[in-house]
Design a protein around this ligand. Structure first.
Ligand code: C2O
Ligand code: CU
Ligand code: CU
Length: 583
């Protein structure tokens, strides 16, 4: 089996090399560039996101590529949201498969988080909502269905989230979307001979916003790049082809206290899967020139994702352990009101203090060494806490408002980008030493290099839920799918759930209903925790976490027929199921 796979991959590689030689010999336009695609933006507080199977002409010639997209041909719109707003998401799954949509980096209730437990069946509308508590930052959203994350992310499903707030708005920073404030999701893909994506950890082609050989015009002034590593596995050691310096202004969870100059002979920033960085690049006075944003992965060690060079096998890639262009930036004219300087300071961050930590939680990252065997990684699966992920095991329970130190202890040979939901954290030490300045801001992903120990601190506040867990995992989608993941609940010790055995009296009206269905609890102290509506074939049509029922449930999307509604009561977690008719 393994051998066959290797043979096919070898054959595929030699065919591709042959193909490339032919391309170079016969087609001079093989080196032509495509304009970097900039996702549309959605603003406001109500967001309609329809996920569907679709296709796009990604490779310039030949077949279109089968993709997954949100409101479009691939990827999805950039959601621009404001701190303090309550945002409502209408996530319609029109894929042929179940999926989930996770709001990566967002601090919200676990039931709204879109992790592997919030499965959206095909044909179902999921309506999470939350108050935006994050500070201004660059977050993203992507599928998180267990054992399917790699496949669904490979299809291209995902999107940026830009959080804005007053502190950021007060700064003289580039903020014209797509002009001097440019989101770039970097990823790599492998195309088969039919131009279709192969589901592999490392691709042979680099993509920026799903664009191959991308180029883009930038104005001759300071430009802000919001860079996201949306890859399945690779890290990208980012820098510019002329080794120009740049400023880091923000990391995963928001702006730094002050811009940080990355300079020297080879200014680089290593961005691992799931991570974001916001940088400022100075193009003043450079109109007419071009520069490449590149990945300098040749300098990466063999055990950093993207640093390995496998000639064949499932991890082979033309991009392994080499340097390559990501996007060509062509400097044009200056815009009106350009940003021509870098602010001396940005925001005032208050990080949790180590002396306030109630405990140190130790999470090991290790190689299973034959203890467990999983599909692609085989007997050398990577695991957290000495065990593979189990859907039904809550690995940790954290009291609400507790500040904790998490000690990530790696005995793995390989580097793993560790990600945690619910919180942004601050890195305290890496192998006992203070981390480099550019890793001292808010983070939700940290690359834990093989054999190293990373300690971070976080406070688990605002949201407690004894039954819906948050996840932590390696953000290499292959490792996550194969079980390098765990889960925790945040519990509120002050709230006691009384379990009553009695049937909960509830009224549904009108029935038959047309546009709205009202649900009323006889006991005013009771309320709904989760509502789901299924049709007669048992297909889930609506999923409403923690719904606000006073205005009725909008059932205008349901066609005529008989439905069942299941209502989980908040305090008792009892489920009441009733039937209603839509006419
Ligand atoms: Cu971006 Cu749990 O993931
Ligand atoms: Cu996440
Ligand atoms: Cu990993």
């Amino acid at each position: 089996m393994d051998l066959m796979y290797k043979m096919i991959k070898n054959m595929r590689n030699s065919l591709l090399i042959l193909g490339l030689i032919i391309l170079f010999k016969t087609n001079a336009s093989a080196q032509s560039y495509n304009t970097l695609w900039i996702p549309d933006t959605l603003t406001g507080t109500n967001f309609n996101l329809t996920i569907k199977d679709t296709f796009a002409q990604i490779v310039n010639t030949g077949n279109q590529t089968i993709t997954g997209g949100i409101n479009g041909k691939f990827w999805g719109p950039t959601l621009i949201i404001n701190k303090g707003d309550v945002v409502n998401m209408n996530v319609q799954n029109d894929l042929n498969d179940s999926t989930t949509i996770h709001w990566h980096g967002m601090h919200l209730p676990a039931v709204m988080d879109g992790g592997p437990h919030q499965i959206i069946p095909p044909g179902t509308l999921w309506q999470p909502y939350w108050e935006v508590k994050n500070q201004a930052s660059t977050l993203w959203y992507h599928p998180h269905l267990h054992e399917m994350s790699q496949e669904q992310i490979t299809k291209g499903i995902g999107g940026f989230i830009i959080v804005r707030d007053a502190a950021e708005a007060a700064l003289a920073l580039p903020r014209k979307y797509g002009v001097d404030d440019i989101p770039i999701a970097i990823t790599d893909r492998d195309f088969n001979t039919q131009n279709q994506f192969s589901i592999v950890p490392y691709g042979d082609s680099i993509m920026a916003n799903m664009t191959l050989r991308a180029q883009y015009s930038v104005p001759a002034q300071y430009v802000r790049l919001r860079l996201l590593n949306g890859a399945i596995e690779a890290s990208y050691n980012l820098g510019f082809s002329d080794n120009r310096s740049f400023y880091i202004i923000g990391t995963d969870g928001g702006l730094l206290d002050a811009p940080l100059l990355i300079n020297g002979t080879t200014p680089r920033y290593l961005l691992s899967a799931g991570e974001r960085v916001e940088i400022l690049v100075n193009f003043s006075g450079q109109s007419g020139s071009s520069v490449f944003l590149k990945a300098y992965n040749q300098s990466l060690g063999n055990f950093i994702p993207g640093g390995e060079s496998f000639p064949n096998g499932p991890f082979a890639s033309f991009l392994g352990h080499t340097n390559y262009n990501i996007v060509k930036l062509n400097v044009t004219n200056t815009t009106a009101n350009p940003i021509t300087s870098v602010p001396t300071s940005l925001v005032t961050n208050t990080y949790p203090l180590e002396q306030d930590a109630a405990l140190t939680r130790i999470i090991t990252l290790s190689d299973s060494a034959g203890v467990t065997s999983v599909p692609i990684l085989g007997p050398n699966a990577f695991i957290l806490g000495h065990q593979l992920f189990n859907f039904n095991t809550i690995n940790h329970s954290i009291p609400l408002n507790q500040t904790e130190v998490w000690e990530l202890k790696s005995t793995s040979v390989f580097g793993h980008p560790f990600h945690i939901h619910d919180v942004e954290f601050k890195i305290l030490t890496i192998n006992g030493a203070t981390p480099p300045t550019y890793q001292q801001g808010w983070k939700d992903v940290v690359l834990v290099e093989g054999g190293k120990t990373v300690r971070f601190i976080a406070k688990f506040d605002d949201y407690a839920d004894a039954i819906h867990p948050f996840m932590y995992h390696c953000h290499i989608a292959l490792h996550e799918d194969e079980g390098m993941m765990g889960q925790f609940v945040v519990t509120d010790l002050n709230s006691v759930n009384e379990i009553s055995k009695e049937e909960i009296p509830i009224t549904l009206f009108p029935n038959p209903a047309h546009d709205k269905l009202f649900v009323e609890f006889k006991n005013q102290a009771q309320s709904a925790y989760y509502v789901s509506i299924k049709d007669l074939l048992g297909r889930t049509k609506l999923m409403l976490p923690n719904p606000y029922l006073k205005d009725g449930i909008d059932i205008s999307t349901l066609s005529k027929g008989v439905y069942t509604i299941s209502i989980m009561e908040k305090g008792s977690k009892q489920v009441i199921t009733k039937t209603f008719i839509v006419n």
